[in-house]
Ligand binder design. Sequence first.
Ligand code: SIN
Length: 482
Amino acid sequence: MQHTVPSLKDGSLFKSEGFIDGQWVSASSGQTFEVTDPASGKVIGTMPEMSAKETEDAITAAAAALPAWRKKTGRERGRILRAWYQLMVDNAEDLAKLITWENGKPIADARGEVAYAAGFFEWFAEEAPRVGGDTISATVPGNRVFTTKEPVGVAGLITPWNFPAAMITRKIGPALAAGCTVVVKSPGETPFTAAALAELGIRAGVPKGVVNIVTALKNTPEVGSTLTSSPAVRKISFTGSTGVGKLLMKQSSQTLKKLSFELGGNAPFIVFDDADLDLAVAGAITSKFRSSGQTCVCANRLYIQSGIYDKFATAFAKKVEAFSLGSGFADVSAHVEDAVKKGGEVLVGGKAREDLGPNFYAPTVIRDMKSTMALSSEETFGPVAGLFKFDTEAEVVKLANAAEVGLAGYFFSKDVQRVYRVAEALEVGMVGVNTGLISDPASPFGGVKESGFGREGSRLGIDEYMVTKMVTLGGMGGELQT
Ligand code: SIN
């Protein structure tokens, strides 16, 4: 298979250094790590293997930049975010090429990600000037009470490889809008998109020290623990696995930081007998195979009611059969092998496609899934759709909720009463009804249970980077002076 190296319209977006205090910098140790194209296995380039030293430099820079940045009005900060949004739109094709190159997702998906990612800057450019507090009617006579919202301070942002642009802008956008300065730990597997974003940030007028990017692969735990243990860092926002989230929470407890964690999902996707079959199949394709099945909100357990099960399985498998391939991972094979061993029938796919490159796995549909199979309790994070059969609403809600995590859940039904009943009963932070795509900068994104806490995007997203200050004025409300 031919693997192309993309040529960028603006080659200066390709940076091979971290970004600290407004400067492109290497690691003081001189160490670097290689980044590979997952489609071809070839090296794209190198990035500095930074350590505690550079992380501390970045924290110092962010702390020094904080007073001037927080002093700007929300409107001023919003204008810079808006300019950054526009630069992302103007350079969308180059950003999409970088994403596909280092992450491996199809270019159409990468273009979608750039639009989604830029949308967070646009959204929070608009939220920045609207932050305000409350006037409170005090119970103590003569007291007058009001609140203001203040930026929490320096924020440490730790992001994953599956959305090299969007997971970063979803955190930088609200942080900057709120008046925080940030230290971003870019994903070790996909650091070039983050660096290109920083370059566009310079062009948008982000002042030096406001956004700092630390790069590392092997030293990622060291960078993480430097961020979590620093008293100067007042907030950690992390997207990644539940296991790492627990570790970061433990580390952050020493300095009691404000936290928001968007962790693993294992999304149930339910199709009731009364669903519109075509809509449900289309929704399942979108939800299951977006980014090759590698998003935290991808359908993982597809529960199909018995009356529609066979029709759904046939129609869904037919669509999947028509796909061209995306990349796959080790877990994917393990889940397929386990399902087959326990009686699952592979309708489509079911094997790695090493003939196409080191990381390709055929999009797979398996029917006759059972709750004892690994896919039922573990997030596959790959292009495997397992179809479980169920009979009643109560049964499927119980199955759907039998997970330690609760990020997204989906269901398809035309019965409006059922829509309310099931949406209310699902133990998740986000519900998609008759749609497989719920991600939108305008909507609050986040989970319950072991999927974490805090909300990103929407008008709630900025609160994660702010603290409320209350001011009480005593001795007010006396008689008018004569
Ligand atoms: C994620 O996979 O963590 C984010 C997915 C999304 O924003 O849609």
